[in-house]
Design a binder for this molecule. Structure first.
Ligand code: MRU
Length: 362
């Protein structure tokens, strides 16, 4: 997608130097700052501290993090311990675990002295697949919008939550890919962007929509119901961190409330995600681990001070008891359809298996 009109991906790999460059998303939307990751510890920190975030992007970063960790030769013990460090960074987004499992499986078939080169190649394959799959999601989603357009030139009002755009992936995004596809195809589209407390990933969504020239309006999370009830929302689309075998969806906390409000207002609620987000080994949403993050994400508010410098303001005393679950689970019956790179399906085991028949009985 574009930054200042220049096509850019969220991650740049330099295999010859065995490093990658990422955008430090903790600095957005105030500053665009690239960070070089040169060690396993730096890659793990970038994922845990959410310098990189969004399920597909942390999967790709973990894959490259493993490649960075391997050095010129890596035996099975080295491989397993590096993967374990990366796996421990964040629990909910299955893409992280999927990418590391794929890397380990491939690398175990390769002699230790060839593993480094193989790791860089496999990480690149994961990143390229992410780009292609998200682009395909955009085209499948674009067809769904056509059903919602009742008059020529009508502006489609789409609501989203969190950031499931370009910044959350290597390119295109998941939930925002059909939005970009519509905008690029000349369909008038406007996005209601939910702020997404406490980390305000909605600000990232607004920033990337602005970079691409897509009209949008930021709203406080609690304004979503009013807008839906007053007929200002044609559809809601979100990404996912893990989709269970029965179509239950884990996504950023607050997603479930939007799905409930959609149901009460007859608004379609779509989920867009690539194969790497599907967890066929997880029977239903109750089995999905929900990340509990540091309460200071809640107690402190981040922004710029009067000199334009990054600053934190304490809105709660240090000892104030807070709960900070980062995700929630939306049950499958609230999801109108799941959009993947293979097409659109009902949020059910039968629906997912119709798109991925090779997963039946695995
Ligand atoms: O905690 P985050 O910012 O990593 O959470 C991200 C989300 O919940 C996204 O909506 C999800 O990963 C989909 S990303 C394409």
């Amino acid at each position: 997608m574009n930054i200042n009109g220049i096509p850019t991906r969220t991650l740049r790999a330099h295999p010859e130097q065995r490093v990658i460059d990422i955008i430090d998303q903790t600095r957005l939307p105030h500053a665009l700052h690239w960070v070089r990751l040169t060690t396993l510890a730096e890659a793990a920190h970038a994922i845990r501290a959410m310098q990189v975030r969004g399920a597909p992007l942390i999967g790709a970063t973990a894959a490259y993090g493993l490649a960075i960790a391997l050095g010129t030769t890596a035996d099975d013990t080295h491989l397993a311990s590096a993967a374990a460090v990366l796996r421990s960074t964040r629990p909910t987004a299955v893409n992280l675990h999927w990418a590391l499992a794929r890397m380990e499986k491939v690398l175990r078939t390769v002699p230790p002295e060839l593993r480094c080169a193989a790791a860089w190649a496999e990480a690149e394959a994961i990143a390229e697949e992410d780009v292609a799959q998200n682009a395909a999601i955009g085209q499948h989603g674009l067809k769904l919008w056509n059903d919602l357009i009742v008059a020529d030139g009508q502006t489609l009002n789409i609501m989203t939550h969190c950031n499931a755009g370009w910044l959350a992936t290597v390119d295109w995004g998941t939930a925002l890919s059909p939005v970009y596809a519509a905008h690029d195809a000349g369909v008038p589209v406007h996005v209601w962007v939910s702020e997404t407390r406490p980390r305000n990933q909605g600000l990232l969504t607004a920033w990337e929509l602005e970079q691409h020239g897509v009209p949008h309006t930021l709203i406080a999370d609690n304004a979503a119901g009013l807008l839906m009830r007053s007929g200002k929302v044609d559809a809601v689309i979100v990404g996912a961190d893990r989709i269970a075998a029965n179509g239950d969806v884990a996504n950023k906390v607050g997603t479930y409330l939007k799905a409930l409000a959609c149901a009460d207002n007859g608004i379609p609620f779509y989920v867009a995600a690539p194969r790497s987000t599907l967890d066929f080994a997880c029977a239903d949403g109750a089995d999905i681990p929900i990340e509990e993050r540091d309460g200071d994400e809640f107690r402190l508010v981040h922004g710029l001070d009067q000199h334009g410098q990054p600053a934190a303001l304490r809105q709660l005393p240090a000892g104030e008891d807070v709960a900070n679950p980062a995700f929630d689970v939306t049950p499958n019956w609230l999801v109108k359809a799941i959009i993947t790179e293979r097409g659109v399906c009902p949020a059910s085991q039968a629906g997912l298996l119709a798109l991925y028949p090779e997963e039946a009985g695995v």
